[in-house]
Design a protein around this ligand. Structure first.
Ligand SMILES: Cc1ncc(COP(=O)(O)O)c(C=O)c1O
Length: 377
């Protein structure tokens, strides 16, 4: 008995869909760029939370993986991924135990910016006869230490701690200028100027530390909006781009980023077109199944876009918990139709699903569990 292919339009909804061809193209496009520059690509897995995708990125040439939480690093290390940088801090006993525990079997470096925590990690590591790898965050948008003397003073104390190995520095220079999130700046040149100012501070910290005789092996920064800016800044060792792999629609409007394709969608069914409302229709995908914030500014509410020709005539005007509200030429729709939404933020949509359906054209060719789905800490 022959087993036929499953068509994506036969899937129950809402369903998370990854377009394999677009995904592979994005991975290749980015990998090809990194073949032309000195730093490596250390793709951020927070966008997909799927080890299979990190393996594809590594296969294409990435030098390691960035995780945002220790819980994600635990899953990805178990999936065989090495050279993990956790671009975040940990600060409680349980996580310190987990970090030290995994230092026995995993290749993981975690962010630090508090001496108290660093001392605790060191003590726990020494007690376990292990060494924990740490990298110091230089403050740009959230946590981290001030570049210059504060960073130098901190690192000098850090390297005295016998249970730790100081690996280097990292930063997330989004929002490095005061009044706007840099990723929102459309012009590539303007983004470059602002980011280079931020990276100058970052590099100054590196030079001060090196001058004091402490080697800085990791000097990591950057993200999708700056991948070809940060990668061309001197001495950067690796760039932490995440979103490029799926590319949501607001982000793609930045100059140069339309070279990445939208690989992530949510399939949703039209459940009601109330005749008395004339221009409104509703589908079965609300905020519990798709993001409603902006990639680059969380304070702005932005709705998904409808994929394809339909999206030119119908827009999503509201998301409630289980409904998307559609407005426009809904006479092009009928109840039961399945349509696809392109998320406004592709990093916060996958954790709303257990698994993603992987499609090539309309054929479902795989089902990938979102293995780090609940690893928020
Ligand atoms: C520390 C860090 N690095 C890299 C990224 C990746 O950013 P993007 O998804 O825009 O490439 C993020 C995103 O939040 C981040 O917090």
């Amino acid at each position: 008995m022959a087993v036929g292919f499953l068509n994506k339009y036969d899937l129950d909804t809402p369903a998370l869909i990854i377009d394999l061809d677009a995904l592979e193209t994005n991975i290749k496009t980015m990998a090809n760029y990194f073949k032309t520059v000195k730093p490596g690509l250390r793709p951020h897995m927070k966008t997909h939370k799927i080890p299979m995708i990190s393996h594809m990125q590594l296969e294409a040439g990435a030098i390691g993986v960035t995780c945002q939480t220790l819980g994600e690093a635990e899953i990805f290390a178990q999936a065989g991924i090495k050279n993990i940088l956790v671009t975040n801090q940990i600060a409680n006993d349980e996580k310190i135990r987990r970090l030290v525990g995994m230092s026995r079997w995993a290749d993981v470096t975690v962010g630090v910016d508090a001496l108290e925590v660093a001392k605790q990690i060191s003590q726990a590591a020494l007690a376990a006869k292990l060494t924990a790898k740490v990298a110091v965050e230089i403050s740009m948008v959230r946590c981290g230490l001030q570049a210059g003397e504060p960073a130098l003073k901190f690192v000098k104390q850090l390297v005295q701690l016998k249970g730790l190995k100081f690996m280097g520095l990292w930063a997330h220079e989004a929002g490095a200028s005061s009044s706007f999130e840099l990723g929102m700046e459309v012009s590539w040149q303007k983004r470059k100027e602002a980011h280079y100012r931020a990276l100058d501070r970052f590099r100054e910290a590196k030079h001060l530390i090196e001058k004091s005789g402490i080697p800085v092996k990791i000097f990591s920064a950057g993200y999708t909006a700056t991948y070809d800016i940060t990668a061309e800044y001197p001495e950067i060792t690796d760039v932490q781009a995440g979103t490029y792999v799926f590319m949501d629609w607001p982000y793609r409007q930045l100059e140069g980023l339309d070279r990445f394709q939208q690989a992530l969608t949510v399939l949703t069914t039209v459940i009601s077109i109330p005749p008395h409302q004339k221009v409104l229709a509703y589908t079965d995908c609300g905020t519990k199944k798709i993001s409603s914030e902006h990639t680059c500014d969380y304070s702005i509410t932005v709705f998904p876009k409808i994929k394809g020709e339909l999206g030119k005539h119908i827009e999503v005007t509201q998301l409630s918990e289980e409904h998307a509200h559609l407005k426009g030429a809904v006479n092009n729709l009928k109840v039961g139709d399945k349509i696809e939404f392109i998320p406004s933020h592709c990093c916060t949509t996958p954790p709303r699903y257990d698994a993603a359906y992987v499609v090539s054209g309309e054929r479902v060719v795989g089902v990938w569990p979102i293995l780090a789905r609940d690893r928020h800490g």
